[in-house]
Design a protein around this ligand. Sequence first.
Ligand code: 5GP
Length: 200
Amino acid sequence: MESNSEKSGSNEEGLGRVIIFSGPSGVGKTTVLAKVFAQCNRPLVESVSATTRPMRSGETEGKSYYYLSDAQFQKHRDAGEFLETVEVFGRGHWYGTLKSTVEDGLGQGKWVILEIDVEGARKVLVHYPDAITIFVHPGSAQELERRLRGRATESEEALQRRLEVAKVELDASASYQHVVINHSVEQTATEICQILESAE
Ligand code: 5GP
C-alpha cells in the first residue's frame, strides 16, 4: 500500500525524494547525471523508463531503458503500471515511468531521479507535488541545434522534430524550481549537486 508521505514525494522517514530532471534532447542530461551520481552525497537512484523507441548504439537494456514493443507497452499501460506515459516526439514512440520503480526507490529511502520530458513532469507533479524539479538548459536554441547535430544520431527529419519539441520545452523551463545552464558538464553537475545537498 502507498503511504500518504510517499505520495507527496518523500518516504515515511523523510529520506526519499522524487527528483524531476528535464531538459531538451541533446542538452547533455545523461552526461551531467553520470557526474551528479559520482559526486553527490545523496542516495540517488535513476528511474529506468520504458520506451518503444529503438535502442541506440551505446545503450543498454534495463539500464538506459526497458525497450518494449508497442503491444508490451500497451499491456503495462492497461494494467495501470505506469505513473505517466508520453508520446514524446509525436511520432509513435512512447516513453513511460513505471510506478513500481519510483515506489520501490522511495520505500528504500532513495532519491529517485526521473529523467523525463516537461509533459511527463506535469503528470508526475500531480502524484508527487513535493518533487524537486530541475531543468537543464542549453543557454539558447542555437546552441542546442549545434549539440544535436554534433551527436548525429538522428535523421534530418527526426532532428527537426526534436528541435521543434525543444522550443516548447525551453518555454516550459520557467515552471521548474531550478534552471541550470549547461555551459560545462562539471559546473552543471556541481550546481545540481549543491541543489540536492541543500534540499531537505
Ligand atoms: P531519448 O529518446 O533522447 O532517450 O529521450 C527523449 C526524451 O524523452 C527526453 O526528453 C527524455 O527526458 C524523455 N523521456 C525519457 N523517458 C521518459 C519517461 O519515462 N517519461 C517521459 N514523459 N519522458 C521521458
